[in-house]
Design a protein around this ligand. Structure first.
Ligand code: ARG
Length: 464
């Protein structure tokens, strides 16, 4: 084997000189792919056990390899492992250290395997853990939202369209809207995780191998459902990472929308919600300030995640089969997106658990801006059998009358209302109150407190 200083220690045979320093800088991935160390070692241990069971290497070599790999893992976990850029990546770093520890048998580990299937498999295992972590994070946030929904099942607040007052809704219903979004996020993660759970090891460089591997065995040992069916596809597929990034982007989009609402709601002008000190920051110059920084950062994190999705899509487009080194650029994007998503989920869960809806302010706001105009129009239809379009017109005139008088709809007198429509009776005032308004919206999916309570019970059962 060639000298380490003049060529690569692992494949130096063909090379007369080592790489240029710039080549090493652009080529080495160890600075980031060391995050996959435990996956790399777990997969190598499974591969070695399978090689021995198939009689491709001896049991004693496999034992030495499997033991040695545990030593490497403990060095990595203990922080004593010396990473080398000259060894490019986590795969070569681990194997080289294994050789130092156990000697000759280490060289047999790479039988029937290539870094191409190795890296794809390690990365899959890493991403698979992120699906699980995201699902956990979503569950925790959902639980916090359900607590908020329960506490405010019949708390009224304005519902908006165009950020203009539309109709009163309940706080619980608003919280449950995000529960629905998160449930879809979770199901996307579950779908993608199931789709990607095929073991790549054994695809080797691109064409498979002539060694009699038992790919079922390796797959089972590593928690995969089955081995992947096409070696070319196996080493060139990064769909699992794209699936993760797209599910993460959509989830982060939901978090960002909610964060935007919290930013607006926590202003002095809205004052709908009080965020806890634990999830707010102060200003270095303005002593009165309490800023919703966590919400703002959650609102922004989606940018990085979307960026990663577009970044990896762009890396992958136009790559011929099978492996190309371009694909090494997959990891940092996914690492960063996963970190961002987990942090955003955790911060949102903390913020939601701690926040207090400002009930009296919400109640007043719910009744402001002629929010029960639709209830009035519906009453005219129901009580007077008026066609809805006519009812809409009469109600519009009454809203104008109230607006001109500087009052809200329930403040108009019956006599005033009767100038627009003589058939209106005292009973109309029933529907002009916001609590009656929300209580009446019992259609499936509507905002009525009784609906909200049913939905909370359903979600609690689902989440367990
Ligand atoms: N560090 C590489 C990556 O992340 C490992 C695979 C290298 N394969 C190769 N044929 N050079 O993709």
């Amino acid at each position: 084997m060639s000298d380490k200083s003049s060529s690569n220690a692992m494949w130096g045979g063909r090379f007369a000189s080592g790489p240029d320093a710039i080549m090493e800088a652009i080529n080495a991935s160890i600075d980031f792919d060391k995050r996959m160390a435990s996956q790399d070692i777990e997969a190598s241990r499974a591969h070695a056990a399978m090689l021995a069971k198939q009689g491709i290497i001896t049991n004693s070599d496999a034992d030495a390899i499997r033991e040695g790999l545990l030593t490497v893992l403990s060095e990595i976990e203990g922080g004593t492992f010396k990473y080398s850029r000259a060894l490019e990546d986590i795969h070569m770093n681990v194997e080289s250290r294994l050789k130092e520890i156990i000697g000759e048998p280490a060289g047999r580990l790479h039988t029937g395997r290539s870094r191409n299937d190795q890296v794809a498999n390690d990365f899959k295992m890493w991403v698979r853990d992120q699906f699980d972590a995201a699902i956990q994070g979503i569950d925790a946030l959902t639980a916090a939202l359900l607590d908020q929904a329960e506490a405010g099942a019949d708390m009224v607040m304005p519902g908006f369209t165009h950020l203009q007052v539309a109709q009163p809704v309940t706080w619980g219903h608003h919280m449950l809207a995000y529960v629905e979004m998160l449930a879809r996020d979770k199901s996307r993660m579950i779908d993608a995780r199931a789709r990607m759970n095929e073991c790549v090891l054994g695809a080797a460089a691109l064409a498979g191998t002539s060694f009699p591997l038992d790919r079922e065995m390796t797959a089972a040992a590593l928690g995969f459902d089955r081995p992947s069916a096409n070696s070319l596809d196996s080493v060139s597929d990064r769909d699992f990472a794209l699936d993760f990034l797209s599910a993460a982007s959509i989830c982060a989009t939901h978090l960002s929308r909610f964060a935007e609402e919290l930013v607006i709601w926590s202003t002095v002008q809205f004052n709908f919600v009080i965020l806890s000190d634990r999830f707010s920051t102060g200003s270095s110059i303005m002593p009165q300030k309490k800023n919703p920084d966590a919400a703002e950062l959650i609102r922004a994190k989606v940018a990085r995640i979307n960026g990663s999705l577009v970044g990896l899509l762009t890396v992958m487009k136009g790559l011929p089969l099978a492996y190309s080194k371009d694909m090494q650029e997959d990891k940092e994007q996914v690492f960063d997106a996963a970190d961002s998503l987990m942090l955003a989920l955790a911060a949102m869960a903390g913020m939601v658990a701690d926040m207090t809806p400002n009930k009296p302010v919400l109640e007043i706001a719910a009744a402001t801006g002629f929010s029960t105009a639709t209830d009035l129009a519906d009453w005219l239809v129901r009580a007077l059998n008026m066609p809805f379009r006519d009812a809409h017109h009469v109600t519009g005139a009454l809203v104008k009358m109230a607006e001109d008088g500087g009052v809200d709809l329930p403040d108009l007198t019956l006599a005033q209302m009767q100038t627009e429509c003589p058939e209106i009776t005292e009973a109309v005032f029933e529907v002009l109150g916001v609590h009656n308004s929300v209580a009446s919206r019992t259609s499936y999916g509507g905002t009525a407190p009784e609906n909200v309570r049913k939905q909370i019970a359903r979600w609690r059962k689902e989440i367990g």
